[in-house]
Design a protein around this ligand. Structure first.
Ligand SMILES: Cc1cc2nc3c(=O)[nH]c(=O)nc-3n(C[C@H](O)[C@H](O)[C@H](O)COP(=O)(O)OP(=O)(O)OC[C@H]3O[C@@H](n4cnc5c(N)ncnc54)[C@H](O)[C@@H]3O)c2cc1C
Length: 635
């Protein structure tokens, strides 16, 4: 963590100095904002936490509820989301508080007992990520985003008690073309309306999104006509795997899933309830918490379940649905106008909670969108960049909806689907799909933001279009072992990692020094073209280098000046740009990620941690062309 760059700041370094002129709690509603976010679920808060850090962007977040959520709904945090939390700075806090899922077990009727453990599998494959799969109440994740907002320069707080009811777009207006109408929901003010104008509106307002309706979007898909109950409880049981994620399939009574939760005692159960008729809604059945408990007790037999406290419960049916477009621009108009209204999370895709993806994919949407909005609103990129949001995230959501269809069938698989003598089908499919459920299979297609795979062979372990797979390194200046990926923060900056060829120690005349010299000084360099005058050299593209030698074989003072930049008000040196392979611990990033030792390479990482491009260290024109496709030339 770096701070004191613009002078000594006492106290908690997470609390950034307040920007002048920010709105304070209780101030009147603004008349116009840059970004209006509807909904304070995981999607809305993840976006707000990114925008709140940029003082020149006026953001407003509205939420019909009157206060923050305290319990319920989603709880699964994939390893990919944990990587993202690391970039926000609260990964370690979540790791401390959450329950870690290390092993998943499978129970089914056996020859000698009504229920036997038939399989146990490792929950996160080795080497897939440095982060764990954890479970924690979604409300705590909300709290962490809310903390970031409160401590950011804009001190952003949600405006509770306001519900978006409609919006209108004036195509002729260059500024604030979207007029959003709200209804107050606080007691005594119900039904009163007010409006705000915005440059961009992001509908994170859940499955019944009014923002979606206002732009004519519809969710298409189907329902599985199966009622499920979900319950968070404190209970006493003799079921042996109460603190492991477990799939339990009984002979006659159906299936349930056990999900241990944070704190060592709390547990969530997902319980299969009744099949629904084609035209029947789950609400028609009038089921309640006692139905969930009674069904769970029958499935668990001969084990006992004595529920001491029901913390939260819900009964739902599974729907797999997706909208055609995640923004307001029909395909026929993409060439002529940029989006003004975008959708994220459940507002544009819904799926069953059993694969634990709802919150993760929703935050993934707005982590993709946040840096793009910041780039556009701060003048770094043209508004057309926003088209890439719907393209990239709709493809990701479609993959999830298809997976969810398949997974719903697998979870419901019966004994006759199991191969004799092998793992039950559900366990086999569970293992096969772990990279997907870890959130690591999303690969953005070739585009202006995702380069061609021409030079993929230079680093076979960093897939172009997939998230940057971190690996250990040692930071040269202070010899600190760390993960290279952890220098990526959720700050809307790009990272350009230079992996040096063997024998290149950063000295003058070597490939890294020659490239750094060009990057720093040449008018054709993307750093020069896309960084505004007066900004630090790493304000838009943050260049870092990794060398193959051990730390004692490198001379920090001989490194190119781009890797020892002067930053901030005093022109202090940034000592955190140079790394070397962690040879002492035998964790050599070059071997782990298949980096060509003879040639080295450049790896461009987007602000949302996805690999944008891989190029030879000599490919200056290609590098400049890549950034020219994403960013504007600055004065
Ligand atoms: C009852 C229920 C139980 C669930 N259980 C699970 C589970 O067990 N596991 C799991 O993985 N997922 C579960 N989910 C799904 C998971 O919570 C979502 O996938 C995830 O929260 C999506 O995040 P989101 O931010 O897109 O939407 P949401 O979390 O739905 O948040 C939308 C927010 O928008 C607000 N809002 C609604 N209308 C408006 C409006 N007109 N204007 C402004 N704001 C508005 C809402 O109050 C809410 O705060 C459940 C969902 C529900 C509804």
């Amino acid at each position: 963590m770096q701070y004191h760059v613009n002078g000594f700041q006492p106290g908690d370094p997470d609390v950034q100095p307040a920007a002048p002129g920010h709105r304070r709690a209780g101030d009147p509603l603004p008349q116009a904002v840059d970004v209006l976010i509807a909904g304070s679920g995981p999607a809305g808060l993840c976006l707000a936490a990114q925008l709140a850090r940029v003082p020149q962007i006026r953001t407003m977040l509205v939420e019909p509820k009157l206060e923050p959520m305290v319990k319920g709904q989603a709880d699964g945090i994939s390893v990919r989301s944990m990587e993202m939390f690391q970039a926000f700075g609260f990964g370690e806090k979540v790791m401390r508080e959450a329950v870690w899922i290390a092993e998943t077990t499978f129970w089914a009727p056996g020859a000698d007992a009504p229920l036997e453990r038939v399989a146990r599998v490792q929950d996160v494959p080795d080497g897939i990520s440095e982060m764990p799969h954890v479970l924690i109440n979604r409300a705590r994740v909300h709290d962490m985003f809310l903390d970031i907002m409160r401590r950011s320069p804009t001190r952003l707080e949600p405006d509770y008690g306001l519900k978006v009811v409609d919006l209108a777009i004036d195509p002729a207006a260059a500024q604030y073309p979207v007029t959003v109408t709200f209804e107050h929901t606080a007691p005594g003010r119900e039904g009163q309306t007010t409006s705000v104008r915005a440059n961009y509106v992001i509908g994170c307002d859940g499955a019944r999104s009014n923002v979606r309706s206002a732009i004519g979007g519809k969710l298409h898909g189907d329902a599985a006509h199966q009622a499920w109950g979900v319950m968070d409880m404190l209970a006493v049981t003799d079921f042996p795997d109460w603190r492991k994620k477990s799939f339990v399939r009984s002979q006659e009574e159906g299936i349930l899933m056990v999900l241990p939760r944070e704190g060592g005692h709390l547990v969530r159960l997902y319980v299969e309830l009744d099949r629904l008729g084609d035209d029947e809604r789950v609400a028609d059945r009038g089921m309640g918490e006692q139905d969930i408990i009674a069904k769970a007790q029958r499935i668990f037999r001969p084990f006992t379940l004595d529920v001491k406290e029901v913390v939260w419960w819900s009964i739902y049916e599974i729907g797999h649905r997706l909208t055609d477009k995640f923004d307001d621009v029909p395909d026929s108009e993409v060439a002529t106008r940029a989006p003004r209204v975008m959708l994220a999370g459940d507002a544009c895709h819904t799926h069953s909670p059993k694969a634990g993806q709802g919150m993760n994919v929703s935050m993934g949407d707005t982590f993709n969108l946040g840096w793009k909005l910041i780039a556009v609103l701060t003048g770094r990129a043209d508004a057309s960049l926003l088209h890439s949001y719907s393209g990239e995230r709709r493809a990701a959501a479609r993959g999830l909806v298809e997976f969810d269809h398949k997974w719903a069938r697998v979870v419901g698989a019966r004994a006759e689907d199991d191969a004799p003598g092998g793992l039950p089908r559900v366990a086999r499919e569970f293992v096969a799909n772990l990279p997907f459920t870890c959130g690591l299979t999303i690969q953005y297609e070739r585009s202006a933001l995702t380069g061609a795979a021409t030079h993929q062979a230079l680093a076979t372990g960093f897939d172009i279009g997939k998230r940057f797979h971190s690996a250990p390194v040692v930071r040269l200046a202070d010899a600190r072992p760390m993960h290279l990926g952890h220098c990526i923060q959720a700050d809307a900056r790009w990272r350009l990692f230079l992996f040096a060829a063997a024998h290149d120690a950063g000295g003058s005349g070597g490939a890294v020094a020659t490239l750094c010299d060009w990057l720093e000084h040449d008018g054709a360099s993307p750093l020069r073209r896309h960084t505004a005058s007066g900004e630090d050299v790493d304000a838009v593209i943050d260049t870092r280098a990794v060398f193959q030698q051990g730390s004692h074989e490198l001379d920090y003072a001989a490194m190119p000046t781009l890797l020892r930049p002067r930053v901030g008000r005093y022109g202090l040196c940034d000592y955190e740009k140079v790394f070397c392979a962690d040879l002492e611990r035998g964790e050599d990033i070059f071997a782990m990620r298949g980096i060509d030792r003879a040639a080295g390479c450049m790896v461009v990482v987007r602000p949302d941690q996805y690999v944008g491009h891989i190029l030879p260290l000599s490919a200056r024109d290609e590098l400049a062309a890549y950034f020219a496709g994403a960013l504007r030339v600055r004065d």
